[in-house]
Design a binder for this molecule. Structure first.
Ligand code: ADP
Ligand code: MG
Length: 740
């Protein structure tokens, strides 16, 4: 429906009255071309403008809004390299307030003496004066009246574009809201609101619901007063109200409700896509039924030199049940390092073989492939099971022969790297595919496997405990089994953070350990230092560290080096030498992070530890203390490490729960860092935040699953608009096409 003057939500911005070519071209830098793009360009946060306070009314540790005039300014550089900009305001009605910003030198240019300013922030006292750290500020032009007491949206900007430009342009497109179509059926909004109300009543007593948490102010959700929230039951606003309230809210509650609607919508559309994809993989092609009857089951268990833990037993029950069905299994096993995931893979592979199907296991590195292959061969050496290794370094005639044997079915189990899913690999009867350390593979690779003619059962294992919210997003199409229990006999790895001057003592300890028969890892995050300063300082790469250590503190030991730039055979040789004890200390990059199992290794030193994420550090820590010997890890941070960074490392030292560390990593470093840069399947979220919006995600997921269960392809007319959104946003990644 076009408006009388022919302008609607699809109109290019430069044609919207009140915007003009100049502003339109600035907005285009943000990717905003049409009116509707601008309407869906959401504020990052809001300045919560309330009736302003006088100095007398300000109380420490509460938020307040202050109207004042700049009477003094200062800017400094500290010894620690931090800059600060301070602005002293004379408050209207009497009194003074200092505003201060750290590491935002551009603030200096914003202010001038005599300028009227509206500042919102938390009041602190520093010595004699009251101050606000990093307040939100609105600068008033000469003679401009202060705005009414309602929230001011703050948008992400680009160079040359100011908040007031965005606000003016937004005002010009707000009348076009009526042309925007509602994508969420009323029924969905009502169901969501009901569930939200229920979730709030269930969590309000515990007081830490992210829906209401006032701490969320720091991550961009409108600050919230618990009482206010409780008096206003949550709603899922209709699109027109939501759009108006997100851009021009009368109150913070309105802003909050508007954001809630869009956060829900974003997560809901994603969860619909995942549920559709899951439905498609389950029902488009069958998998072979691979039952493991009591006899097979007992025979496989007898192969393990230990009793399974309770969690292993439960996971094996899940796997047994899944594989017996003709619906392809899609199961993710999450278990911290050392919880015994390999046994599950072995169980599943052997039950496939017992049913005359082939099994394949794909791992991220050649080192790991060789290790798994060797262990499987040892474990099954008195059986007739044929096990082969397929990695990139096998080529020529050997490879051709191997591929042939895989194709005619004389190989039962193949362990390999990505080479396994190469174009030329054809299995005679692939019944199961195991993928170890899934977080190293992208979803695209998973998808490309599914294109093959056979549809195997599918078991994914990851040792990076993935926070629940992330698992629901990246692996939302998989069922999950979790191993929390550890096999008996594993002790906690003692972890230390070295302080300057303690290094010498630590290296002495490493010497003692090695002299008593143990072995040691030294991890340097990078292969080589990138700049000359680094090479001279402590921040050297693995190669330099290897030189320094083998000539310095560890000169009396046999020190080896392994890193990612070596070729496969060379890396393998080094690792073999380490396993056999020929090398006592292995200096390595993070290539050893995943899955390497050397039970005699008891000490690890991690250099430049602050470069690494907590989940990654936890992986590394899992490489020691695997055998009978207690493990010790020492982190050497870089000397210029900040207080917060140091805190992060100390937290790691005292915490051994991989799930908790991964949650923390997600919060501190974001999902990309946590999963590694190679993770390609991570959806980009514009307004939702996985570490903050866990409850809304859960809600979106449950409603999405209910809908897909009754309308798997979203073919019902009331779902048509939803379907269009799902296809537009996630169709390509999840192979959900518009036709059919
Ligand atoms: P993950 O792959 O989960 O990091 P692994 O499968 O490599 O862990 O197992 C770690 C170690 O624990 C291995 O040495 C393995 O043999 C041992 N292990 C696994 N399950 C048990 C169990 N139930 N009882 C005793 N030891 C076990
Ligand atoms: Mg493993």
């Amino acid at each position: 429906m076009a408006s009388p003057i022919g302008i609607d939500s699809k109109t290019p911005l430069q044609l919207v009255p009140g915007i003009g070519a100049q502003k339109a071209s600035l907005l285009e830098r943000l990717g905003l071309r049409r009116a509707i793009d601008l309407l869906f360009f959401f504020p990052r946060t809001y300045q919560d403008v309330q009736p302003w306070s006088t100095a007398l009314e300000l109380t420490e540790n509460t938020r307040a809004c202050v109207l004042g005039t700049v009477i003094d300014m200062d800017s400094r550089f500290g010894f620690d390299g931090r800059s600060s900009v301070g602005v002293l305001l004379e408050i209207e009605g009497g009194g003074y307030l200092r505003c201060v910003w750290y590491n935002q030198p551009f603030r200096r240019e914003q202010f001038s003496i005599g300028r009227r300013v509206l500042a919102t922030g938390v009041v602190k006292s520093s010595g004699v004066a009251l101050q606000m750290r990093h307040p939100e500020v609105l600068l008033l032009a000469d003679g401009e009246e202060p705005p009414p007491a309602k929230p001011i949206p703050i948008y992400p900007l680009t160079e040359g574009l100011q908040q007031r430009n965005v606000a003016q342009s937004m005002a010009a497109v707000i009348p076009l809201i009526e042309h925007v179509e509602e994508a969420l059926p009323l029924e969905v909004r009502e169901r969501a609101a009901q569930k939200l109300a229920f979730m709030l009543s269930a969590t309000s007593s515990s007081g830490n619901s992210t829906l209401l948490n006032s701490e969320s102010a720091s991550v961009g959700l409108p600050l919230f007063d618990g009482d206010l929230a409780a008096s206003a039951p949550p709603k899922l606003l209709a699109i027109h109200d939501a759009l108006r309230m997100i851009h021009q809210p009368e109150t913070m509650i309105e802003a909050h409700n508007a954001r809630l609607r869009f956060i829900f919508q974003e997560l809901f559309v994603l969860q619909l896509a995942l549920a559709m994809h899951r439905h498609k993989t389950q029902y488009s092609k069958p998998a072979p039924s691979i039952p493991s009857n009591a006899m097979v089951h007992a025979r496989i268990l007898k192969r393990f030199p230990f009793d399974l833990t309770g969690d292993q037993t439960l996971a094996i029950e899940d796997i047994r049940r899944d594989m017996a069905r003709e619906i392809p299994m899609n199961r993710l096993i999450q278990g911290d390092v050392g919880t015994g995931k390999t046994a599950l893979a072995q169980y599943a592979m052997l039950s496939a073989v017992a049913n005359h199907y082939q099994a394949a296991m794909m791992v991220p590195t050649e080192l790991l492939a060789r290790q798994h292959h060797r262990k499987l061969c040892e474990q099954l050496k008195d059986s007739k099971v044929m096990i082969e290794l397929l990695v990139g370094s096998i080529s020529g005639k050997d490879k051709r022969e191997l591929l042939q044997r895989i194709a005619i079915g004389t190989v039962d189990i193949v362990v390999g790297t990505q080479a396994l899913i190469g174009e030329h690999v054809e299995f005679a009867k692939l019944g199961l595919l195991v993928i170890d350390e899934q977080h190293r593979f992208g979803v695209e690779q998973r998808a490309s496997l599914r294109k093959s003619r056979t549809v195997p059962h599918y078991l994914v294992m990851t040792a990076t405990p993935i926070p629940r919210t992330l698992a629901m997003t990246v692996f939302g199409d998989l069922d999950v089994s979790i191993l929390r229990q550890r096999p008996p006999g594993q002790s906690v790895v003692q972890t230390y953070v070295s302080e300057p001057g303690q290094q010498e003592r630590w290296w002495k300890f490493v010497l003692e350990q090695v002299h008593s028969g143990r072995q040691a890892f030294v991890v340097a995050p990078r292969v080589e230092a990138t700049s000359e300063e680094d090479a001279a300082g402590e921040s050297a790469g693995a190669i330099q560290q290897w030189e320094l250590l083998s000539q310095g503190p560890l000169a009396e030991l046999r020190v080896g080096l392994v890193h990612g730039r070596m070729d496969g055979d060379e890396k393998q040789q080094k690792l073999d030498d380490f396993v056999s004890g020929k090398i006592q200390v292995l200096v390595a990059t993070t290539v050893i992070e995943v899955g390497i199992d050397v039970p005699n290794a008891s000490v690890m030193t991690i250099l430049d530890a602050d470069r690494l994420g907590l989940a990654q550090l936890h992986q590394l820590r899992g490489r020691v203390g695997r055998g009978r010997f207690p493990g010790y890890v020492c982190l050497f941070p870089r000397s210029d490490i900040g207080d917060e960074e140091l805190e992060r490392l100390k937290l790691f030292a005292s915490n051994h729960d991989g799930f908790a560390l991964a949650e923390l990593d997600l919060k501190l470093r974001g999902p990309g860092e946590l999963l590694g840069t190679r993770q390609t399947g991570l959806p980009t979220l514009r307004i939702a935040d996985l570490s903050r919006d866990a409850e809304i995600l859960q809600l979106a997921r449950s409603i999405a699953c209910e809908i897909i269960a009754t309308d798997p392809l979203l073919n019902l007319p009331e779902h048509a608009k939803l379907r269009r959104q799902v296809v537009a946003k996630h169709g390509a990644t999840l192979e959900i096409s518009d036709v059919g």
